[in-house]
Design a protein around this ligand. Structure first.
Ligand SMILES: [Zn+2]
Length: 231
């Protein structure tokens, strides 16, 4: 399914590097080797006590947390994420997910994961964009780690007009409860890898983790494409 998808994509996109727009060599795909080797990796997956994990300390219970790249303004990482989110380049998410997955295999903290769950996009946004960029990243991770991905369990509630007319402070309270779990009994005892695009304050992830924590005996880890935390 995924390889069919990549073949399908390459029919429609010229073979240019998504980071520098130079031609790709025959053995390269999505991002050229020069760019790939220059992107700043955090290596947070090798250390359980890292700046991304620290965001969640004292707030929610997690097993391990990491982000693949550092996010700097004006950098190639920012450009790639912009292309992924706003220019329909979903193959960037899949490709980076595959690259990261190959490295997570070497980490003792990301072993025994049962299921990958992407942070849900607002349904309206996803309909407009046509896909969820975090799900694309998760698909790449799923492919290289050989772990299933599902978007069916963690959902973002769609608010009605009456709710959007509430006062600002009421809406703020709503943010904490925008995520819900479906069929949580079937996730009991599982180790879930929650995936997102960029980690900044971690508040969306925190709300997702709170929702997932309702699951009996669950273990939750976090992985993102990039973060500005720890720079
Ligand atoms: Zn390049």
């Amino acid at each position: 399914m995924i390889s069919f998808f990549s073949d399908f994509i390459s029919l429609f996109f010229p073979n240019l590097c998504c980071a520098c727009e130079e031609s790709l060599h025959k053995n390269e795909e999505v991002i050229c080797m020069l760019c790939l080797n220059s992107l700043p990796k955090t290596d947070f997956h090798l250390n359980k006590e890292n700046p991304v994990a620290e965001i969640f300390w004292g707030k929610v219970q997690i097993h391990a947390a990491t982000a693949y790249y550092y996010f700097n303004k004006g950098s190639k990482v920012q450009y790639l994420i912009h292309q992924l989110k706003y220019k329909g380049r979903r193959e960037i998410g899949i490709f980076i997910g595959e690259q990261m997955g190959n490295e997570l295999k070497q980490s003792e903290f990301f072993k025994n994961i049962d299921l990958i769950i992407p942070v849900p996009l607002h349904p309206k946004k996803e309909r407009k964009r046509g896909y969820n960029q975090s799900e694309m990243f998760g698909l790449g991770l799923a492919k290289s780690l050989k772990i299933p991905l599902s978007s069916q369990f963690l959902v973002r509630k769609e608010f009605t007009d009456t709710q959007t007319k509430k006062s600002r402070s009421d809406r703020w309270k709503n943010v904490e409860n925008v995520f819900a779990i479906k069929n949580q009994e079937s996730l009991a005892g599982k180790h879930i890898l929650l995936v997102d695009d960029v980690i900044t304050t971690g508040s969306t992830l925190e709300a997702c983790i709170r929702a997932l924590s309702e699951i009996e005996n669950v273990t939750i880890s976090v992985s993102a494409i990039a973060t500005g935390v720890g720079l």
